[in-house]
Design a protein around this ligand. Structure first.
Ligand code: HPA
Length: 242
């Protein structure tokens, strides 16, 4: 199991660490050293997406190196933790969701492992961008841990690092997005290219721009994330124990 930590989850103290590995890949270096250890009975590999000190902006993350490095370690399943802004009614601050669809609004990111080595068989199916069995495992863990988790949602992946305008969020709502985040793509597709199981576990940090009154501040976002991330840890422990 691989866990990619997002905003608010750059360390995983409950891991019983056996190794910390600095990897290189044909695509460059991952965001940070990967911590390998036991969570319950399972071995997991933890990688903070934004680096150890959240110093890597969403559009600068080497998504290819991150996914390749986890694959090199023998990871077969990735739970990608993501802080998001909530757009539709049920997606208020603190809500947890396991999206089943996405729309990609990012640009200029390396989208494929096959950019320089393409062939017709590398147009890979992405109808359902998340692995359904892994999504179901998270939802089952939510039942066991008695945590409310929204069972399906559309994740809108934006470029960042800026937050959105109110009009952008109105458009995303019209498009059918329930939540907005900056790191969901191309991460999900790269996992698909390497045939890894991949699911996103999203925690809503704030109402997206223009939905609630006032300005969005990172302080407010970080405060909401503290409780949300605790619930995410509980859920991941539940998935591991299944
Ligand atoms: N927009 C984009 N990404 C985010 C947000 C947001 O409002 N909140 C947390 N990540």
């Amino acid at each position: 199991m691989g866990i990619i930590g997002g905003s608010g989850l750059s360390r995983y103290p409950e891991l019983v660490v056996s190794d910390v590995v600095v990897l290189d890949t044909p695509y460059g270096k991952p965001s940070a050293a990967i911590t390998i250890g036991k969570l319950g009975q399972s071995e997991v590999a933890f990688l903070p997406r934004h680096g150890d000190n959240h110093a890597i902006a969403p559009h600068k993350i080497n998504y290819r190196a991150n996914i390749h490095a986890l694959s090199q370690l023998g990871v077969t399943d990735i739970i990608a933790v993501a802080a998001v802004g909530g757009i539709t009614a049920d997606f208020g601050p603190g809500a947890l969701a396991v999206p089943d669809q996405l729309i990609d609004y990012t640009y200029g990111r390396e989208q494929s492992f096959y950019s320089d080595d393409f062939s017709v068989d590398k147009h890979i199916d992405f109808t359902w961008p998340y692995t359904e069995s892994l999504r179901q495992n998270i939802l089952q863990a939510a039942t066991t841990k008695q945590l409310k988790v929204i069972a399906g949602a559309t994740y809108g992946a934006v470029q960042g690092p800026r937050l959105e305008t109110a009009a952008e969020i109105r458009r995303m709502a019209q498009d059918g997005c329930d939540m907005v985040g900056m790191t969901g793509m191309p991460e999900a597709y790269l996992a698909r290219e390497l045939e890894l199981n991949y699911a996103t576990l999203a925690v809503v940090a704030n109402w997206a721009a223009g939905i609630a009154e006032g300005e969005l501040t990172m302080q407010q976002i970080s405060e909401t994330l503290v409780d949300g991330i605790d619930n995410i840890r509980l859920l991941i422990a539940g998935v591991i124990a299944l």
